[in-house]
Design a protein around this ligand. Structure first.
Ligand SMILES: C[S@@+](CC[C@H](N)C(=O)[O-])C[C@H]1O[C@@H](n2cnc3c(N)ncnc32)[C@H](O)[C@@H]1O
Length: 212
């Protein structure tokens, strides 16, 4: 998305939502160059989750809990957000931030490979959200598509990939990721059980509703 448009959406998403914990998480992202989903897409994740009455969310690639912050708000006090990340330091930071935000009681954080953590979970989810290394996107979709309830959603970040998904060109330093994102996007679009569209907020959020 054009930077000025993204800034505008970010400003709107921030209006009326002033949480110092969220601000601290955003500051950390800037200071450490960590790729959080950001305010405009975060707000959209909450909206999508609330729209389908989500109570159980599986996150593949949680970092230090920024996207989980938005899902945790949506699922409510009786809901559950299962986080995964390979880096234990991210899990510790997520606990600190989300505890301070009063949301940690809705979160379970699994340290390790995201797909292994997902496989170890039982049952269906209202939402599976994907934000791991992009080369894994096709496998994440294959693992998730049967485990999202009818009426539930697959949400996947960075599917426009700075425009490279459309042109098919490599993005510097990420060999193979463009092809994997394109494969993922095609697989989702062709799955007749899902109605999907890429919502072009920030770097594009694949939004696929399971209808059968
Ligand atoms: C883009 S960041 C996630 C940001 C997070 N969704 C947010 O918006 O706050 C990707 C994270 O996924 C983790 N990761 C990448 N591939 C993974 C994998 N295969 N299994 C577990 N974690 C993975 C990385 O350690 C990193 O913290």
């Amino acid at each position: 998305m054009d930077d000025a448009v993204d800034d505008y959406l970010t400003e709107l998403a921030a209006a009326g939502h002033h949480d110092p914990v969220l601000a601290a998480m955003e500051t950390r992202a800037v200071e450490h160059g960590f790729p959080i989903v950001g305010r405009s897409a975060g707000r959209y994740l909450e909206l999508a989750a609330r729209a389908i009455g989500a109570r159980r969310v599986m996150e593949l690639g949680s970092g230090y809990g920024y996207s989980a912050y938005w899902f945790s708000r949506a699922v409510g006090p009786d809901g559950e957000v299962v986080c995964t990340d390979a880096d234990p330091d991210n899990a510790a930071l997520a606990e600190t931030y989300l505890r301070e935000a009063g949301l940690w009681d809705r979160v379970r954080y699994r340290v390790g490979d995201a797909l292994e953590g997902f496989a170890a979970e039982q049952g269906e989810f209202d939402i599976v959200y994907c934000d791991v290394n992009k080369g894994a996107y096709p496998d994440c979709w294959r693992a998730a598509r049967e485990r999202i309830r009818v009426g539930g959603m697959w949400l996947c970040d960075n599917v426009i990939w700075g425009g490279h998904a459309a042109t098919g060109t490599e993005r510097g330093g990420h060999t193979g990721w463009t092809a994997a994102i394109r494969e993922h996007n095609r697989l989702v679009a062709e799955d007749g059980r899902y109605v999907s569209s890429i919502v072009p907020i920030r770097d594009g959020v694949m939004t696929a509703l399971r209808v059968r």
